[in-house]
Design a protein around this ligand. Structure first.
Ligand SMILES: C[S@@+](CC[C@H](N)C(=O)[O-])C[C@H]1O[C@@H](n2cnc3c(N)ncnc32)[C@H](O)[C@@H]1O
Length: 220
């Protein structure tokens, strides 16, 4: 099939940032603080964060869900795009990295919009479903342990309203999804997940090559 995707190398990447990125100083400081951590590359790229914020605004979302908080950059983008009475339920199991996140949420004046749930994300999602939250969410961002993507997706789909949007990060796994020699558990899980969504008639689908690949799945 013809490929009219423009490859984005370092120079073009710098150019894209120079003409599109509008990063508040606080968000930049969080990126710089996170850069010193061993898992710094877990963080969304600034342009991906900006894109998530734009999606939230476009939808007029009020109720959002995030699975995988880390030091809180994607939550800042999502919560910052919600209206003042909106709410982001942010799921992670790590109290240390999310303490950094909470510090920045407070500084951004967003702490009262973000409800952090420290627990295995599956427990939090199942608890929400048991508590009657099915169909109550407008937007979700899934960015945690990749082998659980499918289980998270099934729960998220129940929690979203019709027309709600699930976004899933790292669906390209550094390009390994298209390299048959890569057979590690996470890459195999992401391949199976991508194939499942391709065949899923319950959603409208787009896989964008932004960052490490971001899938958009809109619930029909
Ligand atoms: C890729 S990082 C998230 C990055 C974040 N979205 C950002 O932009 O900074 C993945 C996060 O998922 C969390 N995580 C992994 N497995 C989890 C699980 N089973 N339940 C809850 N959180 C989990 C990790 O603690 C980590 O903070």
């Amino acid at each position: 099939m013809s490929n009219n995707q423009t490859p984005v190398g370092p120079e073009l990447g710098d150019y894209i940032r120079s003409v599109s990125l509008r990063e508040p100083d606080l968000f930049r400081r969080l990126r710089e603080e996170t850069a010193a951590l061993p898992s710094a590359n877990w963080q969304v790229s600034p342009e991906q964060g900006q894109f998530l914020g734009l999606l939230v605004r476009l939808m007029g979302a009020r109720q959002a869900l995030e699975i995988g908080v880390f030091t809180g950059l994607s939550s800042l983008h999502i919560a910052g795009a919600l209206p003042p009475d909106g709410r982001l339920i942010a799921c992670d199991r790590d109290p240390e990295t999310t303490a950094v996140a909470q510090r920045y949420w407070r500084e951004a004046g967003l702490a009262d919009r973000i409800d952090l749930r420290i627990a295995p994300a599956m427990d939090t999602l199942d608890g929400l479903l048991r508590g009657g939250a099915a169909g109550k969410f407008d937007f979700a961002f899934v960015d945690a342990d990749k082998e659980n993507n499918e289980a998270y997706y099934e729960r998220v789909l129940k929690l979203l309203r019709p027309g709600g949007l699930a976004t899933i990060d790292n669906v390209l796994r550094n390009g390994w999804v298209a390299d048959d020699s890569r057979q590690d558990a996470d890459t195999c899980a992401v391949r199976a997940f991508n194939a499942k969504l391709h065949a899923d008639a319950r959603i409208w689908l787009s896989l964008t090559p932004l960052g490490d690949g971001l899938t958009l799945a809109c619930k029909r």
